[in-house]
Design a protein around this ligand. Structure first.
Ligand code: PH2
Ligand code: MG
Ligand code: MG
Length: 165
């Protein structure tokens, strides 16, 4: 079994309900055990700004799946939750990103690990640091250090503290 961290985001429809459902569906995937979830944060869209605010969280899983098989399972959940792929970085009912997979670095078509934009995104780093503050990032910092550095400039509104959401 390998530890992996997933980034969850939703900015359409019942955002919290979407995130909850994603975690439920994830727990039903054979070979995936959901271990812990971060607090829930509301925050403005990064990248493409003309869209509603996001709810974001990070989930820790253990899995016997390969990174590729896990990615396919995540995409199937996105599709079940009504994801439509229109504009890059545009609004979505559910975005499930594979952020980190224990012991794995790779750069393949459609799958780069660690996630290429992990180190700069407060909406990923802050919830990740709740679960894995000592995790080493590709740039040499730990998740905790990186989260501290981006926190001050980020408009992250704690929406639900702890894992009860
Ligand atoms: N996801 C994106 C683009 N921009 N902004 C926020 N705040 N949260 C996201 O999850 C997000 C984003 C593409 O996946
Ligand atoms: Mg994303
Ligand atoms: Mg994605």
């Amino acid at each position: 079994m390998s530890l992996a961290y997933l980034g969850l985001g939703s900015n359409l429809g019942d955002r919290r309900g979407n995130l909850r459902q994603a975690v439920e569906l994830l727990a039903q995937v054979p070979g995936v055990v959901v271990r812990r979830r971060s607090s829930l944060y509301e925050n403005p869209p990064v990248g493409y700004e003309a869209q509603p605010d996001f709810l974001n969280a990070v989930v820790e899983i253990e899995t016997s799946l390969s990174p590729r098989a896990l990615l396919e399972a995540l995409q199937a959940i996105e599709n079940r939750l009504g994801r439509e792929r229109t504009i890059r970085w545009g609004p979505r009912t559910m975005d499930l990103d594979l952020l980190l997979f224990e012991g794995v670095r790779l750069d393949e078509e459609g799958l780069t690990l660690p996630h290429p934009r992990l180190c700069e995104r407060a909406f990923v780093l802050v919830p990740l640091a709740e679960l894995a503050p000592d995790w080493p990032l590709p740039d040499g910092r730990t998740a905790g250090q990186a989260a501290e550095e981006v926190k001050a400039d980020a408009d992250l509104r704690l929406q639900s503290q702890g894992s009860e959401w």
